[in-house]
Write a protein that binds this ligand. Structure first.
Ligand code: HEM
Length: 510
């Protein structure tokens, strides 16, 4: 190739690259901003390349730099930009994750329209490069036929009858935890870590027929991956840059992804070999067993691949642990402060179970516990936000949204909105849920969606609430607890809402 031809090709390539970048980083954002502004949707102006991410990072760093007082007014701390900009720009407004436009939606009616959509207009979108290593292409991310197939398997594994069968395994795990607590009688204990171990043990036993120790490496690596995701969540990357230049986070997260997948593959192989050797007469009725049957399904339409199986295991290890951990820890925190509700809950538990372990029939009759968990999910719900991508131009309320826009639904803003919940919005008042969610929200049911809404609603919500009810019941049967003077109130977001320095309570045996 002559030098002239080479340099001409290089020039064309460079010009095309510059054109592509200008289109993506300047022209498209400006166009989207114009389209939405002309419909009255405001927001902080787009800044070249960074969008509004620098402002968001600064506001978040500032908001979590100090502990807060013991109030439940956590929106300005967890999502300070949403808190500040909602006041300035209204309930629906535009922000920028780099050059990606994100429409923040906090009106329940619009949220219902988005989450209830069934024709694929609002898709799940693609998680960022690090979250993809954690979630793979499993049920949380995927769509269409593949999603229906995976959802059917998960629904079956976590449906009501199967959950009843899990109660003994759950009580056994809580028993083991409470055995450890004996060493803390009359003393302090940090419950976030306790519930982390417990929820990991419960999901390992009930869904995968293994113990926490077997899954320990998976959980440890998932936690580290979670830290990397948190660290990078507002960093902007040049598209495709990871193929050429790898950061230390890229290398570390690749290693962890591979190691998690290797352990899961070995676990699947172990169960398969057990069946082949005749040591078990079937794959088992737990979630792993359901996945293995689907992998060996005769009808190709219903069959799933080994990669699908590995992704599903990853997701359920993660979803089954992280979220329930938060629900339990924050409800114990709230009851350690609001001891009148702790007494009410104890009375209900003793009335239903006496000193016996909880059973499925009694769990279905609990009312006070349900109200307490709802109020905990409202104030400190583990999932902070949902994201959807607009696939094609669509009418939402009175607005026309362009394709490729992200829709960002911040649960914390919705659940802490005084216009929905009243002036006592920041107070712990489980009595708001005494007559159900409909009454608590004035029949605005999408005002309270800790488990999501519509076809993608959480598949493990009953599993999580059962586990939480069993655990809290067994604690209340044995202990009174108050908040330790060592507790520092610092809720922050790392995947879910967590207590930055743990939750320390004082245990007093009954
Ligand atoms: C307090 C506990 C939990 C909370 C607050 C919670 C919250 C959520 C939310 C908000 C979604 C909807 C995501 C979306 O629409 O994009 C979701 C989906 C999901 N959750 Fe949960 N979750 C909890 C516990 C669990 C547990 C224990 C499991 C598994 C055993 C689980 C498995 C899943 C799965 C697989 C999905 C994806 C469903 C789909 O896309 O079809 N979750 N969860």
């Amino acid at each position: 190739m002559s030098i002239t031809l080479l340099s001409t090709s290089l020039c064309i390539f460079l010009l095309a690259a510059i054109g592509w970048f200008l289109h993506k980083l300047w022209w498209t954002p400006i166009r989207v901003q114009y389209i939405l502004r002309s419909q009255g949707i405001k927001g902080p102006p787009y800044k070249f390349f960074h969008g509004t991410t620098k402002q968001v990072i600064n506001m978040r760093d500032e908001s979590i730099s100090n502990p807060m007082n013991l109030s439940h007014h956590i929106l300005p701390r967890i999502l300070p930009h949403i808190y500040a900009w909602k006041k300035l720009y209204g309930k629906t407004y535009l922000i920028w994750q780099g050059s990606q436009a994100q429409l923040v939606v906090t009106e329940p009616e619009l949220i219902k329209e988005i989450l209830n959509n069934k024709d694929g207009t609002y898709s799940k979108g693609k998680p960022d490069v690090y979250a993809t290593k954690l979630l793979g292409d499993g049920i949380v991310v995927t769509e269409g036929e593949k999603w229906s197939k995976l959802r059917k398997i998960a629904n079956h594994a976590f449906y009501a009858e199967n959950l009843k069968g899990m109660v003994p395994a759950m009580t056994a795990s809580v028993d083991a935890m409470l055995e450890r607590w004996r060493h803390h009688d009359g003393k302090e204990i940090e419950v976030y870590e306790e519930f982390r171990l417990l929820s990991a043990e419960v999901i390992s036993r009930t869904a995968f027929g293994s113990s926490y120790l077997e899954g320990k490496n998976i959980f440890d690596m998932m936690m580290k991956l979670g830290v990397i995701i948190g660290r990078n969540s507002f960093k902007i990357r040049f598209p495709g840059i990871g193929k050429f230049v790898k950061s230390s986070d890229d290398i570390e997260s690749d290693k962890m992804k591979q190691a998690i997948e290797d352990i899961i593959t070995a676990m699947i192989k172990k169960r398969e070999e057990k069946v082949m050797r005749g040591e078990a007469d079937g794959y088992g009725s737990d979630f792993l067993g359901s996945l293995m049957r689907a992998k060996n399904e005769a009808d190709e339409k219903n069959r799933i691949s080994v990669d699908n199986m590995v992704d599903e295991c990853k997701i359920f290890y993660l979803a089954g642990q992280e979220t329930t951990n938060g629900l339990l820890a924050w409800s114990v925190f709230l009851l350690s402060v609001h001891t009148d509700w702790q007494e009410k809950a104890r009375k209900e538990v003793i009335g239903l179970f006496g000193q016996q372990n909880p059973n499925a029939d009694g769990l279905a009759k609990t009312k006070i516990l349900g109200m307490i968990f709802n109020e905990t999910l409202r104030l400190y719900g583990p999932v902070v936000n949902l994201l959807r991508k607009v696939k094609r131009e669509v009418k939402l309320g009175k607005h026309i949204l362009p394709a490729d826009l992200d829709v960002y639904i911040p649960f914390v803003a919705l659940h802490h909105d005084p216009e929905i919940w009243g002036r006592d919005v920041q107070l712990f008042k489980p009595e708001r849920f005494a007559e159900g969610v409909g009454k608590a929200t004035n029949n605005n049911i999408t005002a309270f969606i800790p488990f999501g809404f519509g076809p993608r609603i959480c598949v493990g919500s009953n599993f999580a609430t059962n586990e939480a009810k069993i655990t809290l019941s067994m604690i209340l049967q044995r202990y009174k607890f108050t908040l330790s003077p060592n507790y520092v109130h610092s809720p922050f977001q790392m995947l879910t809402i967590r207590p930055q320095h743990g939750i320390q309570i004082m245990l007093q045996r009954l």
